[in-house]
Ligand binder design. Structure first.
Ligand SMILES: O=P(O)(O)OC[C@H](O)CO
Length: 537
């Protein structure tokens, strides 16, 4: 359960603090903004190395800010689509509650979205799913104001602390997030959100303990929104200087561009590929029955029909496969000395090898690692498991390549954003040249990738459930992977060759190269190493 506020009356606590501060001789100067646009943001250097108290909704995030999409994301991603539907259905009633008091609506949204959910899963969603959406709501000026600050304490009242903590700490480098807690029992949320004043008492107690706030001389600086914010009371007690941002000023602030994200958003998780506002979520739930039918039809088409029939048929249902550059004639007809051709592609979804096969219009074998057994069973192409034992995998791949064309995705896991992960170099030791295939996908409603072991088998189905899923396929010029005359072979060489192929694909796609791995992705998004039980070997 959440900690109960102190039994002492709040007025007594405030009086005690006031006395303590008067005795230490501190002064609290309040600086309010001028009315001109952007006047409220202090120069970066002014806050250099200082302790800053940031009001998340009032200062940092864009206005008007709707909390509904975030609760919808938590309801769906940490709960289920059924819970999301419940939130959608009760939301109009919750809006009526807003007439009685805004906080009542918030409390009710917290109850519907979080009740019964595991604390750990909500924290995971806060780190793995919500940041993508919160980052789109960050104001550039709001963030830049405290970029050089020493310690940043973020305060939230419009969201439970758990919902904003992941994004603020992981992506914006905020040091502490304090705000309202939701009651927990036996590791699950009971759903009661503590009152705003209790959240602010918590902020006060936190600042009270900080050396910087109490004794460094400069005191803390507050960056606050203008109206009706309980955080002002805490701020006036702990900050020597305060910048207050009016709603009018904030409207002139710009959204933070992607290239200015303090930490790159390479990985994210969750099924919903759109911001679930009330109407967008309503559209999704209305479309879902048709989406299921479409997905079933598309899966059957790719499973049983030849590509020259299934591709146009899928296109008639809205699914697009754009072959930007097809395989060169010799690539598709001739075999190389190893046997079949080795196609090396970046990894967007589990359907990548099928798309390559459709582009070639002939069967291929795909090597997989930690794929759900259900996906293997339903795959319309031959698949072969890797073990992550280098010698064994090499033997398996050489044998497969001797028998026919092989598709490998050396990133080892899918990536949704415009980045390429590190290429595992084993493929470069199998044959003298490879054909890189640049793949990109677009979805409008559901992501066809996931990290939850229990949900992975549904990945291709979700991709097919989109109203207009799209694949872009580009067969590139072959790249030599064999050592040139006089060049040393071995592992060092294969790493260089793998990096070369990664670079070629990165250039074709306009994607940034990274050294991140499958393990990095899973540790970050799921807190595990990404091994699907029954699918590793
Ligand atoms: O589910 P992912 O994104 O880890 O991708 C799994 C790969 O397809 C492994 O072959």
């Amino acid at each position: 359960m959440v900690k109960k506020p102190s039994a002492l009356p709040r007025s007594f606590l405030s009086l005690r603090r006031l006395l303590r501060r008067s005795i230490s001789g501190r002064h609290y100067r309040r600086t309010t903004s001028a009315t001109g646009a952007r006047a409220a943001a202090p120069a970066q250097d002014k806050l250099k190395d200082r302790t800053v108290l940031v009001d998340v909704e009032g200062w940092l995030l864009r206005s008007p800010l709707s909390a509904f999409p975030y609760f919808m994301l938590v309801a769906v991603e940490a709960g289920s689509f059924l819970r999301g539907l419940l939130l959608l259905l009760v939301y109009p009633v919750l809006c009526l509650l807003a007439l009685i008091g805004l906080d009542l609506r918030l409390e009710a949204m917290v109850m519907v979205s979080l009740f019964g959910l595991r604390e750990r899963e909500v924290a995971r969603v806060s780190k793995a799913v919500l940041p993508k959406f919160f980052l789109e709501d960050v104001t550039m000026e709001g963030l830049e104001a405290f970029k050089k600050a020493g310690t940043v304490v973020a305060v939230t009242a419009a969201f439970p602390r758990v919902m904003v903590e992941g994004f603020l700490k992981e992506y914006l480098g905020v040091h502490a997030v304090v705000g309202r807690e939701v009651a927990v029992a036996a590791g699950r949320y009971v759903g009661f959100l503590e009152e705003e004043h209790a959240g602010m008492e918590r902020v006060g107690a936190f600042l009270e303990k900080m050396q910087e706030t109490r004794s460094k001389g400069d005191g803390a600086v507050g960056l606050l929104g203008a109206v009706g914010r309980a955080v002002h009371h805490v701020d006036s007690r702990y900050c020597k200087e305060t910048y207050v941002l009016s709603e009018v000023d904030k409207k002139a602030w710009q959204p933070l561009p992607r290239d200015k994200y303090p930490n790159k958003l390479v990985f994210h998780d969750g099924r919903l590929a759109f911001r679930p506002t009330f109407f967008a979520a309503l559209a999704m739930y209305t479309f879902a029955p048709l989406g299921i039918i479409l997905a079933a039809l598309r899966c059957i088409a790719f499973g049983v029909l030849p590509y020259r029939v299934s591709v146009p048929l899928a296109a008639a249902t809205g699914m697009r496969s754009r072959l930007v550059a097809g395989p060169s004639p010799d690539t598709s007809r001739e075999k190389n000395e190893a046997g079949g051709r080795l196609y090396v592609c970046n990894h967007r979804t589990l359907l990548d090898p099928i798309t390559v096969a459709a582009g070639l219009n002939k069967p291929v074998t795909a090597v997989t690692y930690s794929v759900s057994p259900v996906s293997e069973l339903l795959a319309p192409i031959r698949t072969a498991r890797l073990t992550r034992d280098r010698d064994e995998d090499r033997r398996r791949m050489e044998a497969l390549l001797a028998r026919g064309d092989l598709v490998v995705c050396p990133e080892g896991t899918t990536c949704r954003e415009a980045y390429l992960l590190r290429f595992s170099p084993l493929f470069a030791e199998l044959t003298g040249e490879v054909t890189p295939v640049a793949l990109d996908t677009r979805v409008d409603m559901f992501y066809g990738t996931s990290t939850k072991p229990g949900a992975k088998w549904l990945d291709p189905f979700y991709f097919m459930m989109n109203s207009r899923p799209e694949y872009r396929v580009e067969f590139l010029e072959r790249v030599a992977t064999a050592p040139a005359d006089g060049e040393a072979g071995g592992h060092g060489h294969s790493i260089q060759a793998a990096n070369r192929v990664q670079r070629v694909l990165g250039e074709a796609l306009g994607f940034e190269l990274t050294g991140l791995t499958r393990k990095d992705k899973y540790m970050m998004l799921a807190g595990n190493e990404g091994v699907v039980s029954g699918g590793a070997k």
